[in-house]
Design a protein around this ligand. Structure first.
Ligand code: UDP
Ligand code: MG
Length: 332
């Protein structure tokens, strides 16, 4: 069976449409399937839409987060609750063409364990956006040592790959890179990013910058080398200036040089502060990992049209809270 995981944040208009479109395509290709919708703490009626869809269509499983935990967590929750022999992850705004699922499934049947969707075109976006995305993917590709410039979150994973992903203990997950990192027998399927028909993109420029920094730090320690390199440069500069100062002193012209002093203070001060900032960012990330909080909390699960009473029940008796995978693994 194929499990299709669809993370949804403020997508009330897309749920039924996505369920119908994907369902029809898979049914036509006679692929047994389930659809796992993960409501990532939407502010609109996404969860109600999922509940409604799950009542009528028993292929649908719905997972409701207790709040917004981000797309990466939503994808992992979907994978953790999927029961298929292979799992596909796709956006529920249908920007990832559902027809490609059939192609991916056929490749899986031929024995591929990871089928990655790669973007043939990136869809419509501004020049600045394209340039910064290009820079981000170059850095990430260097860190993962795999070309990620056309990577997307649209992929199909064999059960073995899914289980491997779910055993990763880290809290800061960059799904796109992690699913390349795990290896396995791999192939790609090209697709064109479709236009969004309803709703709007959840990504502002600032949230994309934060996303980029977070994921670079999650995958690479190269920014920390900046501290060493900057230190080395300042040190070399210091030697040159030191020699010049000594020559001046012994030749009796030692009074000038305030400009140098001011410049030195400014340069060294800013290099130190940038360096501390970078180190601080890594320490903050270590702190988050060490706390070991679950990646997400599930408030409610609907399977086969029924709410599922699983997990640890809160004594307040309102709704069930099921722990995220990570916490269970820690044995806490
Ligand atoms: N999404 C999510 N949680 C979030 C933000 C987005 O689950 O915090 C989902 C969203 O519902 C969609 C997918 O992630 O299915 C991609 O989001 P979006 O379409 O906004 O991104 P874009 O296609 O513009 O990159
Ligand atoms: Mg989208």
């Amino acid at each position: 069976m194929l499990s299709v995981i669809l993370p949804a944040y403020n997508e009330e208009k897309m749920i039924q449409k996505a369920a119908d479109t994907v369902g029809a395509i898979l049914a036509q290709a006679s692929i047994p399937y389930e659809l796992v919708f993960v409501n990532d703490g939407s502010k609109d009626a996404t969860w109600e839409a999922i509940e409604r869809a799950a009542q009528t269509d028993h292929h649908i499983t719905g997972i409701n987060f207790s709040r917004n935990f981000g797309k990466e967590s939503a994808m992992l929750a979907g994978l953790a609750n999927a029961s298929g022999d292979c799992c596909a992850v796709m956006d529920c705004d249908l920007q990832h063409p559902p027809q490609a699922l059939v192609e991916m499934y056929r490749l899986w049947e031929q024995g591929y364990e990871v089928v990655e969707g790669v973007k043939r075109t990136r869809g419509r976006e501004s020049a600045l956006h394209r340039a910064s995305a290009g820079l981000f993917y170059r850095i990430i590709s260097g860190a993962v040592k795999i070309d990620m410039t056309r990577a997307s979150d649209f992929k199909l994973l064999d059960r073995r790959a899914v289980d491997a992903l779910l055993t990763m203990p880290e809290r800061s997950v960059f799904f796109r890179a992690l699913s390349s990192w795990i290896g396995f027998h791999k192939t790609t399927v090209e697709f064109d990013v479709q236009e969004r028909t309803e709703g709007e993109s959840k990504w502002s420029t600032w949230s994309l910058v934060q996303y980029a920094v977070k994921n670079i730090v999650a995958f690479s320690t190269v920014p920390m080398q900046f501290v060493t390199v900057a230190g080395l440069c300042v040190f070399l500069f210091g030697i040159v200036l030191g020699i010049q100062t000594l020559i001046r002193y012994f030749s009796g012209h030692a009074i000038e040089g305030f400009t140098t002093v001011i410049l030195l203070i400014l340069i060294i001060g800013s290099v130190i502060m940038i360096s501390l900032g970078i180190i601080g960012y890594y320490i903050a990330k270590i702190y988050e990992e060490v706390k070991g909080r679950p990646r997400y909390l599930i408030a409610k699960t609907i399977r086969a049209g029924k709410a599922e009473p699983e997990g640890r029940t809160k004594t307040s008796g309102k709704e069930e809270i099921q722990e995220g995978e990570g916490l269970k693994k820690c044995g806490k």
